[in-house]
Design a protein around this ligand. Structure first.
Ligand SMILES: Cc1cc2nc3c(=O)[nH]c(=O)nc-3n(C[C@H](O)[C@H](O)[C@H](O)COP(=O)(O)O)c2cc1C
Length: 152
């Protein structure tokens, strides 16, 4: 079994819903043992148990939240060798911005973490959501794609 942790930060629940939909996609692939958790509730001592970590953040002011940045910093300090992928939620025109910043931070602060594929950026229709309807299939597909990639 490949052990996967899907960690999210959220203010209004949309990024959590993206995380849950990614998990659905991952579970379509055999051999995945997936755990989902709010970043704020993760016991870092247990991170060692996972082979792969997915992390997601809402876009706040053009980048990931403080919680998400701190999470990456903490992973960096643990000097782990793991596979990772990221995702964000955004409004308007900020597609991919928080994803790119998380990926840059991972490469900079946590070089033991190898990004398996470029991250997923999901549009919400307002500050509090909802997630734009056409975005849901992308979440499921991303989960499936990452799961297939980490298996091979
Ligand atoms: C303090 C704050 C700053 C935000 N700044 C941006 C921004 O710069 N660009 C953007 O696209 N969305 C921005 N948003 C909208 C969030 O991306 C949106 O609330 C989020 O995707 C919803 O996810 P959540 O339900 O998981 O919190 C901001 C939201 C908050 C609360």
């Amino acid at each position: 079994m490949t052990k996967v942790l899907v960690a999210f930060d959220t203010k209004y629940g949309n990024t959590k819903l993206v995380a849950e939909t990614i998990v659905e996609g991952m579970r379509e692939v055999e051999g995945m043992e997936v755990t989902i958790s709010n970043m704020k509730e993760i016991d870092l001592k247990k991170i060692i148990n996972y082979d792969v970590i997915l992390m997601g953040s809402p876009n706040h002011m053009g980048g990931p939240t403080r919680t998400a940045k701190k999470f990456i910093d903490k992973l960096g300090k643990l000097t782990l060798n793991k596979l990772v992928a990221v995702f964000d939620t955004y409004m308007h025109k900020d597609f991919d911005k928080a994803v790119k910043k998380m990926e840059e931070k991972i490469n900079d602060k946590a070089p033991g973490l190898k990004i398996v594929t470029h991250g997923l950026s999901i549009r919400v229709e307002g500050m509090k959501g909802p997630i734009a309807e056409e975005e849901f299939p992308k979440c499921r597909e991303f989960g499936k794609q990452v799961a297939t990639q980490i298996k091979s």
